[in-house]
Design a protein around this ligand. Structure first.
Ligand SMILES: [Mg+2]
Length: 129
């Protein structure tokens, strides 16, 4: 069982909402198909936002998706403790995201066009094994 796990390292991706997801206010670069693709690839996914948890849950319901987690921004460390993964990533658009991600031991990826090109293939390209 443990070897099966190491054969397929688990990636956990936390998404900020506003300024990060296309459904955020303001809309961000991350499209919902990208989020669905991440889930389809077996990633542990969820939202981590200043928006109340109830708002985040309604958002996921509206998308017809079930996330692994939906937490407030300062709760990333709890997410890390709850899910065992090979890589922990938080995607957000502000220095606040950067701060909370770094403190919690996540890799921070900024949802801007410059960073986008370098990481989108890595995380979201359906053809990457
Ligand atoms: Mg934001």
């Amino acid at each position: 069982m443990s070897s099966a796990r190491s054969d397929r390292p688990i990636t956990l991706v936390s998404f900020d909402i506003d300024g990060t997801l296309e459904v955020g206010d303001p809309p961000g670069l991350i499209t919902i198909p990208m989020v669905r693709g991440a889930q389809r690839r077996g990633y542990v996914i969820g939202t981590c936002s200043d928006r109340p948890v109830s708002f985040q849950q309604q958002l996921w319901e509206r998308l017809g998706m079930v996330p692994h987690f939906a937490v407030l921004k300062h709760r990333l460390a709890d997410v890390k403790a709850q899910f065992e993964a090979h890589t922990y990533v938080h995607i957000g658009d502000t220095d606040i995201d950067d701060h909370f991600a770094t403190v919690a031991g996540f890799h921070f990826i900024r949802a801007d066009t410059t960073a986008h090109d370098s990481w989108k293939r890595l995380l979201f390209d359906p053809h990457t094994p």
